[in-house]
Design a protein around this ligand. Sequence first.
Ligand code: FES
Length: 102
Amino acid sequence: MSGRLLPRDRDPVDRTDLPIRITVDGEPLTGIAGQSVAGVLLAAGRTSWRTTRSGAPRGVFCGIGACFDCLLTVNDVPDVRACRRPAADGDEIRTQSREERA
Ligand code: FES
């Protein structure tokens, strides 16, 4: 998974570039329709958004929904895999850690 956003004319996917806005811990971010939540975060320069019990940072590891390293809370639903969840306009996202779940 890449944190870069290809220019539309060079992207092999016929995308529309319809803009979307989400918030992450209250911070507004913009993306384009069709991006995953992880894609929006990576494109914004965020490489980690969760911490383990030991405090180690986690973000995207597998990028295909297998490792669960990218978990966050989307619209009050916890443990959503950011790499699998398409971002939607108006999504309210919160990062999460093991400590808050204990
Ligand atoms: S990065 Fe592995 S499940 Fe999302």
